[in-house]
Write a protein that binds this ligand. Structure first.
Ligand code: HEM
Length: 398
């Protein structure tokens, strides 16, 4: 036993000496030995988990929205929206642009209260029939979502929230950032064309006019530039901008003169043939939600006056440059400004109502009171939705 102990001690001493020698002579393995003998360094900290979607209430100026509003009362709501938006995109790759724009028009006129969706009545012209709404499109997607939501969870999902959720999903499916909105908006009882005329900014506005328009909605210059980035997807009609950009100045106003000439010829050719052609707002990537719109503006290819001028005014130029250089910065700013926009003039709690159909206010008896708020055609008693020139009306007997 004693002998074994002596051999073991000698063995250990010899091994230690060998290792020391190896170290001194620069043996290539000495490093690994040192690692073995050293206390293992602490593992690098795991990367912080990405912040998940917010939960719980979102209190804003006394009104109450909740990130979990539909979790219990309509758990399939988000899946319905996702599915219907995907179907729309499969039909038309510009669908995200149409759907995002609907939300903007709803929020800027009387608040995000679904008033945009109400049809005109015999005595009242609604928002959607005002000139600035003429080129809005794909109301039928909202109706399809509403029908599916009503089938899954009757009477709880508001049209105002459908517009909000659809815009969020549209941005996502076009390649844009996730936008976390709280829900619980309720629907307006009225809709007025005059309000759309007053509140919707025109594509002919210069920066000062745009700033004032956004200020009236409680939005600032950062919101203006970030939200203008929505024009990274979609198109505009030639009739919308040709007068403003070419006829008034009398020459080619595009900083990229070749591009201006190209656009002008293209539009003129269409006009001659009696067609109002459509032009990409961001010629780089018309169906992709990215930051290329800002580079288009910098490169002198902004189509609308309101786009081009963002790179003319010293108050907006730095932001345009920043978003053009950094897509992450644009995405963050866009998501934040969308959250602000989504809270403009909302109805919550017991205000307004949750419409059963988005294009008509709830009613007990349409026929008894055809002139008040309802979509009632006195000539042929049918209900037509969505009663827009740009969509095919779907009519059913009332
Ligand atoms: C900054 C003020 C804004 C002005 C002056 C403006 C004006 C316009 C105009 C004139 C058009 C073309 C309409 C046509 O000819 O068909 C348009 C298209 C569009 N706007 Fe804006 N807009 C503004 C802000 C916004 C915001 C905040 C959003 C959404 C968050 C938005 C989303 C869109 C989209 C996606 C399109 C393309 C629609 C399509 O392809 O049919 N716009 N905008």
């Amino acid at each position: 036993m004693a002998m074994k102990t002596i051999v073991l001690v000698y063995g250990l001493v010899a091994l230690a000496t060998l290792l020391q020698l190896a170290d001194a002579e620069g043996c290539p393995f000495s490093g690994s030995r040192r690692n073995l003998l050293q206390v293992a360094p602490p593992l690098p900290a795991a990367p912080a988990p990405l912040p998940g979607p917010p939960t719980g209430p979102d209190v804003f100026e006394g009104t109450l929205l909740n990130y979990d509003f539909y979790t219990q009362i309509c758990p399939t709501f988000k899946a319905i929206v996702k599915d219907k938006v995907a179907s729309a995109v499969a039909q038309d790759s510009l669908a995200p642009a149409f759907l995002l724009r609907l939300f903007f028009h709803d929020c800027f006129v009387q608040g995000c209260d679904g008033s945009l969706l109400l049809n005109s009545t015999v005595l009242n012209l609604a928002e959607k029939d005002q000139a600035k709404s003429f080129t809005l499109n794909m109301f039928w997607v909202i109706d399809a979502i509403k029908d599916a939501a009503e089938a899954a969870c009757p009477g709880v999902v508001s049209c105002a929230d459908i517009l909000a959720a659809t815009a969020v999903e549209a941005v996502l499916q076009a390649g844009g950032p996730p936008i976390y909105l709280a829900y619980g908006r309720r629907d307006a009882l009225d809709s007025f064309a005059a309000a759309a005329q007053t509140n919707m900014p025109g594509g002919f506005l210069h920066v000062q006019g745009l700033i004032e328009n956004f200020q009236n909605q409680g939005l600032n210059i950062t919101d203006l530039v970030a939200l203008s980035g929505a024009h990274t997807i979609g198109q505009t009609r030639c009739s919308t901008f040709v007068q403003d950009r070419f006829a008034i100045s009398g020459n080619n106003p595009f900083p990229d003169t070749d591009y201006g000439q190209e656009i002008y010829s293209y539009c003129l050719e269409g006009t001659t043939a009696g067609v109002d052609r459509r032009v990409a707002l961001d010629s780089n990537t018309t169906t992709l939600f990215d930051n290329a719109y800002f580079r288009s503006i910098i490169n002198g290819r902004g189509i609308l006056v309101s786009d081009n001028d963002l790179f003319v005014d010293s108050r907006t130029i730095p932001l345009v440059k920043q978003y053009a250089a950094d897509q992450g910065a644009f995405f963050n700013a866009f998501a934040e400004s969308m959250r602000k926009m989504s809270k403009i003039g909302i109805l919550t709690g017991t205000q307004g109502q949750v419409r059963k159909q988005c294009w008509v206010r709830n009613t007990i008896d349409k026929v008894a009171n055809p002139f008040s708020n309802f979509d009632f055609d006195p000539i042929s008693p049918t209900i037509c939705k969505p009663a827009r020139t740009t969509d095919t009306p779907v009519c059913a007997s009332s």
